[in-house]
Design a protein around this ligand. Structure first.
Ligand SMILES: [Zn+2]
Length: 372
């Protein structure tokens, strides 16, 4: 979860954890804005062009990181239904129990959609996905990953799960996208079998999710895991949240670009240019990236000292580029944590990638609707 780049902070759409039994939904809901970049990250730099309406089913594995189906259809158990309602695009998929995406459809999320618009588009995409499956394979339930409270559209008390369920004809379980990503990492990714871990995404912003004793920990209002807004420097650079010196303001993509511009006196560009400059031997770029790695380690140390996780899963486009500096991240982390166990915390890169929220939605769908 993260705040919008411009500091928008709106409370909760779909109030993911209080979705059941929610009250009326205006046919023309309030206009809303979506600001989610953490989960799919950096405005889809790896996504290529997003398929615009009209929706159409894409072959499985079409998206970056997608998986090729070995045998579409013909499963002995129904596929899992998955819906990822995102800030710029929404995806609907049928997912096999092993995480293969069998069929998917997606559409661009309108800039200021009403609940009715979104539900209508989801239902159309769902039909396209389901119609391509053998009857025995059609999902009997679906999970829906939606922006979390910090990133949610300006909807209030919208029973998104109930509305979607009514529209697609199967039970729908809703959770926020970051929690869904944690579930995907637990079921299909780098955190398989791990009961205590933190999932941290570095891209345009810095988001995170927490899994404690095998359960996603959402906090009282779904705001837990805001790793990006741990403050490292009291008078540091301004952050999208309105504060200063947050981890996000130091290590996100825009922060890296800004730090390099400050270091060189140039105009801020984009983070990939800084990584490219470092690869070309630019000492200023390397200096900035080493400082970023240290700051990331400092931030992670706060998480580790607080939660004593067994594992940190790091993902996102910025993290991919930072892989070569992981030793510096680890060194800064280890220097600041207490206890040998904390010093030995495992650090792994995310293994679910671009489809994390969608795969997590599929896991969500396996939970009976109505279960807390
Ligand atoms: Zn902040």
């Amino acid at each position: 979860m993260q705040l919008g780049e411009h500091g928008e902070r709106t409370l909760a759409v779909a109030r993911v954890r209080q979705d059941r039994g929610i009250r009326d939904v205006p046919a023309q809901g309030p206009a809303l804005e979506l600001h989610r970049r953490d989960v799919h990250g950096h405005r889809h730099p790896r996504s290529g062009p997003i398929r615009a309406a009209p929706q159409r089913c894409l072959p499985a594995g079409d998206g970056p990181g997608g998986r090729k189906p070995r045998r579409p259809g013909g499963l002995h158990t129904p596929a899992l239904g998955a819906i990822d309602f995102g800030g710029t695009k929404t995806a609907v998929a049928a997912v096999a129990a092993d995480g293969r995406i069998l069929r998917r459809a997606r559409f661009e999320t309108p800039p200021r959609p009403t609940p009715a618009q979104i539900v209508h588009r989801i239902a159309a995409a769902w039909s396209e996905v389901v119609e391509g499956l053998a009857a025995a394979d059609r999902p009997a339930a679906a999970g829906l990953a939606a922006p979390g409270p910090a990133d949610a559209p300006r909807w209030r008390d919208v029973p998104l799960a109930a509305l979607t369920s009514a529209a697609i004809g199967v039970p729908v379980q809703l959770d926020n996208d970051v929690n869904a990503c944690c579930l995907a990492e637990m079921r299909f990714g780098a955190a398989a079998g791990v009961q205590d871990f933190a999932w941290i995404q570095l891209s345009t912003g810095v988001g995170g999710g927490l899994v404690c004793a095998g359960r996603v920990y959402a906090g009282a209002a779904g705001l837990a895991g805001e790793v990006g807004h741990l403050v490292l420097e009291e008078d540091g650079p301004p952050c999208a949240c309105g504060g200063r010196g947050c981890l996000q303001a130091l290590v996100s993509g825009p922060a890296i670009a800004r730090r390099y511009a400050e270091r060189t006196g140039g105009a801020p560009g984009a983070a990939p240019a800084v990584f490219a400059a470092a690869a070309d031997g630019d000492p200023a770029a390397e200096e900035v990236l080493q400082a970023v790695a240290r700051d990331l380690g400092r931030g992670l140390a706060l998480v580790v000292n607080l939660l004593n996780p067994a594992l940190l899963v790091l993902g996102g486009g910025v993290m991919e580029s930072l892989q070569a500096r992981l030793p510096a991240v680890r060194a800064a982390l280890r220097a600041r944590v207490i206890g040998q166990a904390n010093r030995e915390v495992a650090v792994r890169r995310s293994a679910v990638g671009y489809d994390a929220a969608l795969l997590g939605a599929a896991v969500l769908g396996t939970r009976s609707a109505g279960q807390p």
